[in-house]
Design a protein around this ligand. Structure first.
Ligand code: BGC
Ligand code: ZN
Length: 382
């Protein structure tokens, strides 16, 4: 069975590897699920792994199969599986239990272990392969109508967790709501965060580097949010003009922005940090005013990574809501589809090009033709 793997730590080592087929006998043994992979999305994490800057092979292996943004179709289930049946679309949860107390309560996404287990990233093989075997506890059912955009569920789950963390922290305030929100970054995570906040009725301003004309800015406008290029107007300037943001979702990967964002919150605001920044950047900050803003403004800041099952499930609901309120909008985010595992290089190339939002590898085409979202299917039928 073919898979795309890297030698962790070695730059540009992504290659086609040959793996043994998953053990179908164990599927037939009780709670196993055999999944055929349909699509896998690539993101900045994959880019870093293929640059040799991130990623760890499973114990005893020298390669790591990459791919953590999956969409697959169930082929076979064991006799004790009641949650899924053959033909169901599923997305696999990325992080798996380690040893901390949080892992023990089913919240591996909150692990305090330094060595964590993430499929396609850390110590577990990923899904950029033909088939994998899993148990239903780690598979999230995607309604058939969502179709191919189900591949966006993993990044969507990351957004859902970030916003859920903000909500949980903000319960301290009893009556708080995110009326005015800012999203920093206009890549996949930024676009999905904009969508989720708009679906909740917030007025959203999304910041990015690019100047108009910019396709992502068009997409942002289509869902009723506002795009601002930081080359034109800074975050602070916009925030000062409106009295600050109730919620800021940081997803740029540029850590100095965090300190600017700390000064762009409204009273009682919350700042969500979601960028995994591996560098060693240092900057000078206006420490007194950053601190003063937080103290006098009752502000909070919460870091977030990964996602638990509940965030994937919330993500499914928002994907469906998006398809009904903004038919076809999600489909547009998938700007590159590499046809087949052996064309994974095309997806990496797309990832490096300006203009790419989400690049996916179409590992297997489902029976009956291309995977399309509900909206696209409707359009095709009419
Ligand atoms: C993944 C997360 C993961 C994080 C850190 C992200 O790209 O989407 O699931 O927890 O990287 O490894
Ligand atoms: Zn990711």
């Amino acid at each position: 069975m073919k898979a795309v793997a890297v030698f962790p730590g070695r730059a540009r080592s992504a290659h086609l590897a040959d793996l043994p087929e998953p053990q179908v006998e164990s599927v037939r043994g009780e709670r196993g699920v055999l999944v055929r992979v349909l699509r896998v999305g690539l993101d900045g994490t994959d880019k870093e792994i293929n640059a040799g800057a991130y990623g760890t092979a499973p114990a005893g292996a020298d390669i790591l199969v990459i791919g953590h943004e999956s969409l697959g179709i169930v082929e076979e289930v064991g006799p004790a599986v009641t949650e899924l049946q053959p033909g169901d679309l599923v997305v696999a949860i990325v992080r798996r239990p380690g040893n901390s107390p949080y892992d023990a309560i089913g919240r591996a996404d909150l692990t305090t272990d330094n060595e964590y287990f993430e499929h396609g990233i850390s110590r577990l093989h990923g899904f950029l392969t033909e088939r994998y075997f899993d148990s239903p506890e780690y598979l999230v059912l995607v309604p058939g109508g969502i179709g191919g955009v189900g591949v966006l569920l993993e990044p969507m789950s990351v957004v859902q967790k970030g916003i859920a963390m903000a909500d949980e922290v903000q319960q301290r305030l009893r009556i708080w709501r995110a009326h005015r929100a800012a999203v920093l970054g206009s890549g996949t995570i930024g676009l999905l965060a904009t969508l989720v906040l708009r679906l909740r009725g917030a007025a959203v301003t999304t910041f990015g580097l690019d100047e108009l004309p910019y396709r992502n800015a068009e997409f942002i406008k289509q869902i009723g949010a506002t795009y601002v290029s930081t080359r034109r107007r800074g975050l602070r300037e916009v925030a000062d003009g409106i009295g600050g943001f109730d919620l800021i979702f940081e997803a740029t990967g540029f850590s100095p922005l965090v300190f600017e964002a700390m000064c762009a919150l409204a009273k009682n605001g919350v700042l969500v940090l979601s960028s995994v920044t591996g560098g060693g950047r240092r900057i000078e900050v206006p420490a007194d005013s950053v601190n003063l803003n937080f103290v006098l403004g009752n502000n909070t800041m919460v870091g977030t990574v990964n996602a638990a099952r509940e965030h994937f499930e919330a993500g499914v609901r928002d994907l469906a809501l998006s398809e009904s309120q903004h038919p076809g909008w999600l489909e547009q985010l998938i700007t590159h589809v590499a046809p087949g595992l052996d064309r994974f290089g095309d997806a990496f190339e797309a990832l490096a090009r300006a203009g790419t939002i989400k690049a996916v590898v179409e590992v297997n085409a489902p029976e009956g033709g291309a995977l399309v979202g509900q909206a696209a299917a409707r359009a095709a039928a009419s």
